[in-house]
Design a binder for this molecule. Structure first.
Ligand code: CA
Length: 651
């Protein structure tokens, strides 16, 4: 039972200055009215109505409503409930209750086409009113309030000193899930699994690096050595994807979310617009929008825009490569006796285009991400998973061109392996260091500044807001109530932007490690170092520097799973092709050195160097590529995606 002293899950709704009092009153009435009267049946308390025209209210659910909404949304899997009596009260986690509150807030939809009382906002039939006002900026902020006691307990285990236990026991995923919801917990589960699985390629990479170093200048072929290590890396990548598939299913069963994306829970998104029709399955009023219109927008407008964006990105990438080539040519004409200019200035100058390109890519990404969200929103997809899939596809395409096309150009057009290696190193490090800075230091400083700006000045009472709140009979909290204080603080923090940035960061890193692994085996080790820090930085970011995220209930990492799988398939092709390119270069170098030796020693050029013919090397690379791709799909079929222990429990 929750008493008033105990912190309980609550949503903060802050009406901005644009919202007129009559509209605010109308929305609040809708939220508090009982279900029978067409409202959401929520409990609303108000903070003292003071500062200017802003009004902050706290929305929660009564214990009875928690039980009924929980049953309606089927928030507990049948294993949890099957042993207990149907009538018995189920204890829900904080994230479950927040999900229910948000669901009920969003369930306030316009019953017909119309306007708000002030007649300034048009509503579609079936549109979520709160979402619309949020979009218009009339509701300035909508977020769940942090519960400091729970948060303290969680953060100690998560990134505090005792979090080093998690080096052995793994991340406290269940606690993360109970507080932040499955969306966040799945990300940390994935990052955790990925980080620890990187140890294998790191060790192999060090051994590989040692062998590669040992054989310069090339007198014998390294082809078979590279081939062997390449096989190990790719088989590791397959293993990692299979391992994650199983872990993901374990987690979704544990949290009862394995059927979220299928069957009964396929509810329309809050921002989904359409005419209200009675759903034949649930017999409830739900918005409908013709699918062909969405597809038309997707293929006739979004796709051309994305393609133009990709072409521009590709052109800018080529510019950076051309400038680099020009600079290299120019600096090579400098007087070689001038030590300072040729050894100190020239190497830095040559790197300038790629460094500025990396930084440029980083900022271009920031804008592109906001833009994809808007475009996908406009396409009006019905379910959250359709929306996510389309958004992630746009993001991944763009990131791919931005981050990897230049490397493809260097690897397969210029065929300059040394340049490829240095480019991978620069891009990997620039990416990781900028994002670490951006994720930890900058939010931390802005949070410090926000807390400083928080002065407890007495604000004048806004009489008209006060009378409106009293009119609605909403309880008004004291100014020193923990909810009021906490909301004042959190209003200063950055809003939570979703897990996509974090997945994208991992995705790009995954590409740098995997696509050109055979040329830069140490990438895995540096990624491991980065990710051990990343686990804590991301946790810190969520706990301290951002508003609490809205709970998203998911059964897997969504569109990212196929995206990562695609990257692995791509890596098979690039690594096999690179093997061949490298071996060709090497064969040329070896035959040159043999020819030199032959001139000096005047000995017959007996081919004891183990250099295979170009034809057989090509055949080996091509067949390895085919066998590995076959193996990847075979593993996908053969390895059971649900671990046996869970299958037994389900029976
Ligand atoms: Ca991150």
């Amino acid at each position: 039972m929750t008493t008033d002293n105990q912190q309980s899950p609550v949503y903060v709704v802050q009406f901005g200055e644009k919202s007129s009092i009559e509209d605010t009153e109308w929305v609040l009435k809708k939220l508090t009215q009982s279900k029978e009267d067409g409202g959401a049946g929520l409990t609303v308390t108000s903070s003292p109505p003071s500062s200017g025209k802003d009004l902050t209210v706290f929305v929660s659910l009564s214990d009875d409503r928690i039980q009924s909404v929980g049953r309606q949304l089927k928030l507990k899997s049948h294993f949890d409930v099957s042993d207990s009596n149907e009538e018995e009260e189920i204890v829900y986690s904080s994230s479950d209750i927040l999900l229910m509150i948000r669901h009920e807030i969003n369930s306030v939809r316009a019953s017909h086409k119309g306007k708000l009382p002030s007649a300034k906002v048009n509503l579609w039939q079936g549109q979520s009113i709160v979402e619309k006002l949020l979009h218009k900026g009339w509701i300035e902020k909508l977020y769940p309030l942090h519960e400091q006691e729970d948060l303290k307990r969680l953060s100690d285990d998560w990134y505090g000193l005792s979090s080093f236990n998690s080096l052995i026991h793994g991340q406290p995923l269940d606690k993360v899930r109970d507080y932040f919801g499955e969306g966040v917990a799945f990300y940390f589960g994935f990052l955790d699994t990925f980080t620890w699985s990187l140890i294998f390629p790191s060790v192999i990479g060090m051994i590989h690096g040692y062998y590669t170093k040992a054989s310069e200048p090339p007198y014998s072929s390294m082809f078979t050595t590279h081939l062997f290590f390449c096989l190990l890396y790719l088989i590791w990548a397959f293993g990692f994807m299979e391992r994650w598939k199983r872990r993901s299913n374990e987690l979704s069963h544990q949290w009862g979310t394995h059927d979220v994306n299928t069957g009964t829970q396929k509810l329309p998104r809050a921002n989904y617009k359409g005419h209200l029709l009675v759903d034949p399955v649930t017999a409830q009023l739900q918005p409908h929008y013709p699918r062909w219109k969405t597809l038309g927008k997707l293929y006739l407008v979004s796709l051309p825009i994305v393609i133009v964006g990709l072409l521009v990105a590709f052109y800018v990438m080529m510019l950076s490569v051309w400038y680099e080539a020009d600079l290299t040519a120019w600096t090579s004409t400098w007087d070689p006796d001038d030590f300072f200019w040729t050894s100190c200035v020239a190497p830095v100058l040559v790197l300038l285009p790629s460094i500025s390109y990396s930084i440029g890519v980083y900022f271009a990404n920031l804008y592109y991400r906001q833009w994809t969200t808007r475009l996908t929103e406009w396409e009006n997809h019905r379910t959250e998973s359709q929306f996510e899939r389309n958004r992630v596809t746009k993001l991944v395409l763009f990131e791919f061109v931005n981050n990897f096309m230049s490397l493809f150009y260097i690897a397969f057009y210029l065929q300059d392996i040394a340049m490829l290696r240095s480019q991978v190193v620069i891009m990997l490090f620039v990416n990781q260091s900028i994002s670490q800075l951006q994720e930890s230091l900058i939010p931390y400083l802005s949070q410090k500044r926000a807390c400083k700006n928080l002065k407890d000045e007495k604000k004048a009472v806004n009489e008209s807001l006060l009378s409106m709140v009293q009119n609605l009979k909403l309880p008004i909290l004291e100014a020193d109530d923990y909810r009021v204080v906490q909301a004042d603080m959190e209003a200063m923090l950055e809003p939570y932007e979703g897990m996509h940035e974090d997945y994208l960061e991992l995705y790009i890193q995954f590409g740098y490690i995997l696509l050109f692994m055979v040329t830069y085996p140490m990438a895995a080790f540096w990624a491991w170092v980065n990710n051990v820090i990343e686990l804590r930085v991301d946790a810190f970011k969520l706990v301290r520097t951002q508003r609490r995220p809205a709970v998203s209930r998911v059964g897997h990492i969504g569109a990212w799973q196929p995206a990562f799988n695609m990257m692995v398939s791509m890596a098979v092709v690039t690594n096999c092709a690179l093997l061949y390119v490298m071996s060709e270069k090497e064969a040329t170098a070896i035959s040159a050195s043999i020819a030199e030796d032959a001139v000096v020693d005047d000995v017959d050029g007996v081919d004891d160097t183990g250099v295979m013919s170009s034809w057989s090397r090509a055949m080996i690379c091509v067949s390895m590529d085919h066998v590995l791709l076959g193996l990847q799909s075979l593993l996908g079929i053969l390895v059971p995606s649900v671990p046996t222990s869970i299958r037994n429990r389900r029976r």
